[in-house]
Write a protein that binds this ligand. Structure first.
Ligand SMILES: CC(C)(COP(=O)(O)OP(=O)(O)OC[C@H]1O[C@@H](n2cnc3c(N)ncnc32)[C@H](O)[C@@H]1OP(=O)(O)O)[C@@H](O)C(=O)NCCC(=O)NCCS
Length: 234
């Protein structure tokens, strides 16, 4: 599968699968996974990282276990230089999303928690313009609007690589661009999920792929269910 200069590929990964028999992880990754206290967090990390390696291996034509993945000081994983591809990962619940691009990219996925104290979080973490948007005329839909803003913020912070070391309140995601970055929402996520993506590309072409390549060691992305369709709109 080829990735054009204006393209973004988004891989949807079932992060609940057991991939223990086919792990291509490095010693550092295995060590990191062993630090997770909860078994389901450990499995999700190992499964998602396995998918990431097999996806990158497919594009780069390098065996998944030979890829050199490093972390920035703020924790953003990246390919060791010279890096021909950029990527970013997000996981929540049983799902993970992996965005692949030739440009820096950030993605954030969340399971929406209906008991979340969105009012408090909006007050403490959102820009005043975002707060006004979230509260709206009435509180109906406020939770959705909070998560919309929140995923945009995290996608942007992951795109620039700082993560939450930059206070989320210090910038505004309305309208949907910040400096040279464009923010896109996922129009039709599975029920209960929400996601956003940040990219410097103003008119990317989207390709959605469902990852199905854990099992076959020799074909990293054996028969992905690939659909050419716009994933997000502005
Ligand atoms: C990065 C961060 C925004 C993740 O948000 P989240 O909603 O909890 O989790 P997500 O599933 O969306 O993202 C996690 C993934 O983002 C990636 N990631 C981690 N740090 C990142 C960063 N600084 N920028 C971009 N991506 C990052 C990783 O791939 C990670 O998954 P993995 O560890 O399984 O590979 C958040 O955890 C954060 O900012 N943490 C603080 C970072 C920090 O303070 N680092 C200081 C250095 S020690």
């Amino acid at each position: 599968m080829q990735l054009g200069p204006e393209e973004i590929h988004i891989w949807q990964v079932d992060a609940t699968q057991d991939v223990e028999a086919v792990l291509p992880l490095s010693g550092v990754e295995l060590h990191k996974s062993a630090q997770f206290r909860l078994p389901h967090d450990r499995r999700r990390y190992r499964t998602t990282r396995t998918a990431l390696r097999r996806i990158l291996a497919h594009y780069l034509k390098i065996p998944a276990d030979r890829l050199a993945i490093r972390e920035s000081s703020a924790g953003k994983p990246h390919l060791a230089a010279p890096a021909p591809l950029e990527f970013n990962v997000s996981h929540s619940g049983g799902l993970a999303l992996i965005a692949i691009s030739h440009q820096p990219v950030g993605i954030d996925l969340e399971v929406m928690d209906s008991s979340l104290d969105w009012a408090l979080l909006a007050e403490t973490h959102c820009h005043p313009r975002e707060q006004a948007y979230i509260v709206g005329d009435a509180s109906a839909g406020a939770l959705d609007r909070f998560y919309r803003i929140w995923t945009r913020k995290e996608a942007y912070l992951k795109g620039i690589g700082t993560g939450l070391t930059v206070p989320p309140r210090s910038f505004c995601t309305l309208p949907e661009w910040i400096d040279a970055w464009h923010l896109y929402d996922w129009p039709k996520p599975p029920p209960g999920y929400i996601a956003a993506l940040a990219t410097p590309l103003s008119r990317p072409t989207w390709t959605i792929c469902e990852f199905a390549g854990y099992i076959d060691r020799h074909e990293p992305m054996s028969k992905p269910n690939q659909r050419r369709a716009p994933w997000m709109t502005r």
